[in-house]
Design a protein. Sequence first.
Length: 479
Amino acid sequence: MSSKEKKAGMISHVVRAGAIAMVVLLFIPGLNPARITKMIGDEASLLTSGFFYGTLTSGMGRAFTKGWINESSMILLFISCLICCLGVITAAVGACLTLGNLKCHRFANLLAMIGSGVAALSMTGVYIAYTQVAATSKPKKVEPVFPAGIYAVVIIALIVFAVALISNLVLPKASKEMKMKMESPYKLFLMLLPFLLLAFVFSYLPLWGWRYAFFDYKAGDTLSMSNFVGFKWFTYLFQNTATAKDIVMVLRNTLIMSGLGIATSWLPVAFAIFLNEIKNVKFRRVVQTLTTIPNFISWVLVYAVAFSIFSTDGFISSIMVNSGAWSQGVNMLMGNSNTWLKMLAWGLWKGLGWSAIIYIAAISGIDKGLYEAAKVDGAGRFQRMWHITVPSLIPTYCVLLLMSVANILSNGMDQYLVFKNATNASTITVLDLYVYNLGIVGGSIPLSTVVSMVKSIVSVILLFVANTISKVIRGESIV
């Protein structure tokens, strides 16, 4: 590598840092350049404003009708934000490609320049939209706000553009015969990067919402020191008798249903083993397909099927009434008896085939020579299953078991929400459903945030405890 390439490599660190800063700006509502009026929610980010026009203009129907805001201004704002987002994504792709060889590096700088230039120029459209909104005849109704985020986007974009241009000027020209290449470690990292970003967006970014637990917040309010209450809602969980009683009931339901799930977690292993023993390939594929399809059916449709079969006018009641066995139809979905077992049965029907896929994949990786050697030694089919297949699946099973233990407080919400009714509410309400009822139905956002926080912290603790136990017993860990 020449000295010029080394210098360009050092300069490229600035391009990468700038691209990361631009990507981060997409998710920070406080620096959203699209917030040119207070009618745009202060929780909307640049990414939301650039890809969801309905979210950007939600609550502006009256302003459009009265003529306070010209809808063309919002369309211009939306298009400008969309172009800015695409420019930022292009610059980020260019920053990633700077990890390649000389030809790849020069092309990456070009992408970074194009992306950052487009992002900076798109702010012109945002500014024009702001001037149009500021010129309204009803400024008190619209409340125009000059978006300080414009400065952040333009400054960072121009830095990225200038540094990428300097890097291209420093780099020597690549020969026409040279092909764009990248070392394998960098390729693997870039392949992993989208999943890291998804994990950040859906798992870590929402943690910013934990701040609501420390405020006396209601939907539509703003967070300020005037409604800051510290740990009030944390102590409320234990001081309020009714809430404490509900928490105990919900934890009981959650732990029992999770315990039943862990106790039956061996069923997908057994199903995968016996499915693998079916010699007729066509029949095996049919069975696997039919048992996997339910996983892709929403719980709403599952409940619709259950209702058509087990309700008062359902399939079973109709048969029993017409045959004279029952005098009237019976709604078997109502009632509080055996609720936990019913939910377990529905969960197994829906997820058994899908859960077995990973074990089927693990079985396909077992050395076939082991089976041939065991067969030569006189081992029967069940002996081969017990002494070869089962031990080979134990490591995979243990990893999934550890994950199940860590998620013991997370049962999901969809299944229990659709099957819940007045007669089984005391036994079917799990922690996730309780948080939903508190926050969305009841409007107690701070309290639901506290419960969700405690659940997440306990889940992380359980993961490390289970991992430590596994390390002591098996000598292996997943963390």
